[in-house]
Design a protein around this ligand. Structure first.
Ligand code: SAM
Length: 442
């Protein structure tokens, strides 16, 4: 049974949600902020936990601002749009501060969140599902917590060059009647679009198709009209169901250049569609510069960079050290890294393809410094055991998940001192917290 009640937000969760209490049990309420009085519909989710669907903000927080994006609550992809920017930055720092106070014994120099220059339209890459609706094609979003998609006529986080190109692609899909794939009716062809852009507003576009289809005419007109589209791929994935299946397809360059170049601080990174690159270009440049500045690198240092992507950090660091070993599991990213290193004439970076957790036991070199930028799960036991056994002098830890970061720091604190921690806002309007931590052997 659904009940409507009035509650007050007593604290904030780690995912941007407000937490109130109903019959002494926590109720998790998205889009509500600390101290607000709100009217919510209470439901129990599948795990038996109370969730409150926000119906009305009765007493708004002084930090609340109006939300203009019409898909805000339905999408959930940006969940802090109701907060003014300064308070959003404070919130991101607070999440780390609270975890540190609860779990870490030592006093930590936790700095202010580094703001993003762009607070909307900051993403240099997007993966958009497509939808065919009443005779037209549109970009779409997933409904929060569901695999249902809905059409979106206004995009909020993507860079403007991407938004322009999405409009051009969908208009040409309408013209050529090459439509979005519908998973229910199994009609249509193109399941999603992936677009990446650089500072010159050049674009690499990948069509993910469920069926093998000739896109030649559409693509010729597309690149004829928009000279900034320099690289077009088709990724034919007959078994596509979720984004995890992306890599199982057949990726083929169908027009233009193989690579989209992104230039940061004079280093060129040549990217193909499957390579990871940080999504907020300006923030990435800042964090890499901080690594060089605060990493205490010495000319005879041998450095390990694991989870390296196309080796952006390895490239920034390599002029200051003797050698860098960069480990990355996606073969395409390692190929792009090798090509980029060659173009940048950086000769002291050795690249290794493979799952770092599996190949760690074969690493023969001992490292003075290690740099990690793991996925959400954090370092995991095998990597922590390796660190506590080999004891490199310094560890630089980039994290996209404060929870796994703090778990890892808790284990490392016995041997390592946390020199500093800095949250970075890579994803404005969302509750995602990126950070960089510098650790030193005690
Ligand atoms: C968050 S990205 C960091 C990339 C890089 N540090 C940068 O700033 O561009 C994480 C990278 O780790 C890679 N990766 C994930 N799990 C891995 C594993 N077990 N072994 C090696 N690489 C892994 C992913 O493919 C991805 O390129």
């Amino acid at each position: 049974m659904v009940k409507t009640v009035t509650l007050t937000i007593k604290r904030m969760g780690n995912d941007g949600e407000g937490i109130a209490f109903y019959q002494n049990k926590p109720v998790y309420i998205y889009y509500a902020f600390l101290n607000e009085e709100v009217k919510v519909e209470i439901r129990r989710n599948k795990r038996g936990v109370y969730e409150g669907v926000l119906k009305e903000v009765i007493t708004p927080s002084e930090h609340r601002i109006p939300v203009s994006w019409p898909y805000y609550e339905l999408s959930g992809s940006v969940n802090l749009m109701h907060l003014n920017y300064l308070e959003a930055l404070n919130y991101k720092r607070f999440i780390i501060k609270r975890l540190l106070e609860r779990r870490i014994k030592d006093k930590v120099d936790l700095r202010r969140t580094v703001p993003s220059e762009k607070t909307s339209h900051y993403r240099n890459k997007t993966e958009l599902p497509l939808i065919y609706f009443e005779g037209k094609n549109y970009p779409a979003h997933y409904q929060r917590g569901s695999n249902q998609i809905f059409k979106v006529e206004e995009l909020i986080v993507e860079e403007e060059s991407i938004i322009k190109a999405v409009k051009e692609v969908t208009a040409l899909m309408d013209k050529y009647q090459i439509n979005a794939y519908n998973f229910k009716t199994k009609r249509g062809a193109i399941a999603s679009l992936s677009l990446r852009t650089n500072q010159k507003e050049e674009l690499q576009i990948t069509f993910l198709t469920k069926v093998k289809i000739d896109l030649k005419e559409l693509v010729n007109e597309l690149v004829g009209n928009n000279k900034k589209i320099i690289s077009v791929y088709q990724n034919y994935v007959p078994n596509f169901k979720t984004n995890r299946d992306l890599y199982s397809g057949k990726l083929e360059l169908i027009k233009g250049e193989k690579y989209l170049p992104i230039v940061l601080s004079g280093y060129q990174f040549y990217l193909t569609p499957f390579s990871f690159f940080q999504l907020n270009t300006l923030q990435a440049n800042k964090i890499y510069q901080t690594i060089v500045k605060e990493g205490n690198f010495k000319k005879d240092d041998v450095v390990l960079e694991a989870y390296s992507g196309v080796g952006a950090i390895a490239s920034f660091v390599s002029p200051y050290v003797k050698k860098v070993v960069a480990v990355e599991e996606v073969k395409a990213a390692v190929n792009d890294m090798n090509y980029s290193l060659k173009k940048n004439k950086l000769n002291n970076v050795k690249t290794i393809t493979g799952d770092f957790k599996k190949l760690i036991k074969y690493l023969k070199t001992s490292f003075d410094k290690v740099i990690f930028d793991p996925p959400r799960e954090g370092l995991t036991k095998v990597v922590l055991d390796y660190l506590l056994k080999t004891l490199p002098k310094e560890i630089i830890y980039l994290s996209c998940n404060p929870l796994s970061l703090i778990d890892d720091l808790k284990l490392l604190q016995e041997k390592y001192q946390i020199r500093s921690m800095t949250p970075y806002d890579f994803f404005p309007l969302t509750s995602q917290v990126e950070s960089i931590t510098f650790l030193k052997l005690k």
